[in-house]
Each structure stands twice: as C-alpha cells, then as structure tokens.
Design a protein around this ligand. Sequence first.
Ligand code: PLP
Length: 452
Amino acid sequence: LEVIASVEPRIAEATRQELADQRGSLKLIASENYASPAVLMTMGTWFSDKYAEGTVGHRFYAGCQNVDTVESLAAEHARELFGAPYAYVQPHSGIDANLVAFWSILANRVESPYLEKLQAKNVNELTEADWESLRHELGNQRLLGMSLDAGGHLTHGFRPNISGKMFHQQQYGTDPETGLLDYDAVAAKAREFKPLVLVAGYSAYPRRVNFAKMREIADEVGAVLMVDMAHFAGLVAGKVFTGEEDPVPFAHLTTTTTHKSLRGPRGGMVLAQEEFAADVDRGCPMVLGGPLSHVMAAKAVAFAEARTTEFQDYAQRIADNAKSLAEGFLSRGANLVTGGTDNHLVLLDVSSFGLTGRQAESALLDAGVVTNRNSVPADPNGAWYTSGIRLGTPALTTRGFGHDEFDTVADLIVDVLSNTEAGTTKAGGPSKASYVVADGVAERVTARSAEM
Ligand code: PLP
C-alpha cells in the first residue's frame, strides 16, 4: 500500500478502508467470498502487462510462452476438477462466458453461408447476401431461460439484457405455490416454444436443480442445454453437488464465474463437450479481446486449491451453514422463498416485516450486515425495490463461521428487521425506500457481530 500511496494516496486509503469494511461487517452477499492470499497475490504480477490474443500456441502476439504455460495449466486443472472434456479459461467475467457460449452455440448449430465462411477463415469473401443471411439466421433463434424474479440471471434472456435482444426469448418460472422448479411446466414450455438454447442455472434460487431432467427436456425438443453454474460452481467442485445435481456431464456447455462459491479471482470460464470445443475456442476474437493473463494464472491457483479435501470440507460447510441460517430464520417466524434451502443461499421474504427489500437492505447495512435486495417470485415491488433479501454463506464460511454463528446471524437480522419501520414520502404516503430503525438497534447488532 505504501507504493500505491506514493502515487495516489486516495486509492491506497480506499483500499485500506475496503479491507477494514470487509473485516468489520457481516458479508452475506451470496456472490461474494474472500479469495486466498495466493489467489490475490497471483493477480498482482507482471502477467498483467502481457497481451496474448489467440489461444495456446496460436497467438496474435509474440512472446506468449509463459502465458501459454499459465493458460494450459488453468484449463488442465479446470478439466480435471470438473471432469469436463474441454475448458476455456479466458472469459473476463460470467457475462463474457455466457456470451462466448451463446456465440459458440449459434456458430455450431445455425446454418448460414456467413458462418461457414467465417469458420473457413474467408471473412473477406463475405458478400451482401452473406451478411443478410447472418442477420436473418442469427437474429431468428430462440432461447428459453429462468426468469429473473424466479432466480435466473439477466443473461438468461432477460429483455433489457443483450441475451433478451439477440434471441427471441421466453422464460420459465417456478411453481406459484411451492416456489420450486416445475420440470413438467418447463418441458411444456420447451415443447411449445422449441428453443435452440435451454438455459439452466440461477443467481437467487435456493434449491438444487436436476440437470439430468433439464437435459432430457433439451433433447426432446432438440435444444442445446447450457448451464450457468456461476453461483454454485464451488459446490460442484467440492463434490456437494454430484450425480444429477452436477451439471457438467449433462450440459452441452457449462459456464461459470470463478469468484463466487469457487473462491477464485474475478473471472469466467466455459466448459464444453467436445463437439463445441472448436467454437468456444474462438471466443477470442469473436467476443473477447486479449485475455487477462494474470487472472488466468490466479484461476489456475484457485483450481489447485479447489481440488483439495480442505475445499471439499469447505463446500460442505457452505451448504450446512445455509441450512443453519434457514432454520434460524424459520424458528424466529420469518418467511423464506421455497421454505428453506439446499444450496448456498437463502431468500428471505421481508414483506412480513412490512418492509421492501430496499428498506431491509439499507437498515441491515446500517447495522453492518451486508446483503442485497432481491426479487421474490411475482414480486409486487418490482426489480428495484423488491420484497426479498438474498443471503449467502460462502464468505462467512471462509471466515470459519459454523452452525452457532449462523444462528446468531439469523437472530441479528430478525432483530434489525423487526425493529425497522417503513418511512413516509414527502406527500405523507407510504415510502418504498425510506425507513426508520429504532434507536440503539444498529449499535446493539454491530456490537454483537463484532464479537463473532
Ligand atoms: N451468471 C450468473 C448466474 C450470475 O449470478 C452472475 C453474476 O452475478 C453472472 C453470470 C455474471 O457474472 P459477472 O458479474 O462476473 O459478469
């Protein structure tokens, strides 16, 4: 930090403060974690300076021999860790990984003279008719994914996202009674809509998915099954999700981030069956620019960590702790979407406290509990205010929290929410944003969490 401070002291100070904040609060954001010192240090090296567009052994730049070592190792570790025939470790983030997967599916499955010429590297021969074919064929494909309010991600066909614009899209939700995925309803929708791409995976669904069933649905309608395991990759790597709950053997393509439950550097990755490998390999330059070599190196380090028995134990504790957190809420009378959890996250419906998700998120933050507001299925408050709070256990499990600590976390959260009231607007009506926490509650909760 001293080196940074000698150039831009405010950045050094913000960095110091970030460490203090992350240590001094309860980090319950389901997509966050604490990467190991080895992972963090690997990101701060000279690989950051190196350009390496292309693939291993086929770069558009000279002098990439060490990047080749790094990328090969990261891919090899990923293949072994997840039992995947092919791994592409270049995506800079989860969204990039999904874009690479979408384009490789289009390139692999859509018949168009443009794509044939592109594949044959005859881009210069493209005629106006080829471009017309491209616009028509690529712009006419269908994608079916899980809706945002049921727990899907923006990139699974949400209209405002590019995935909802580059594809004709439809969304599947969850059963309105149970909040659970209804495979028969997904199958019925797939039969009717006949998508090219069926996307499974989620950001805020607190249950496990049967990927064998999702593959059956995809096969029945001739779709490609793409699973986005960004949230639960750590549980797959740690062998908590096995058999039909492990997406890798069932999906044609599995995408992920590397920084959530997997506890690596910020980044993305695509795992693929052989038939898609060559198309995914063209992620750069089709979708991506130069890979972040320092981050690929850190991915290799994180995958090496994730293949240990210590990591398997960690992954099991993530799931056990989520159950403890859920039980802590239920025993204190709170409502959970689907009535519980069997993965790494809990979705708390805060409407019974008379609050919106936004009010709950802010009140909790005042007490040092860092969460994010999240829609619940058919949310009456929409995606901005929401009615839920999403809570994940990966980060605090890294800090060593177990059953008792997570029971206390549930107690602290219920303490804050039951002592918070919705505020009023300037016109005197009920506000969805402002809130009032009773005196002394934030201090009490902060003091209790400091002891943990
Ligand atoms: N896919 C899922 C399921 C996610 O939850 C997220 C991020 O929250 C992403 C993709 C996007 O990841 P990134 O923020 O690295 O682009």
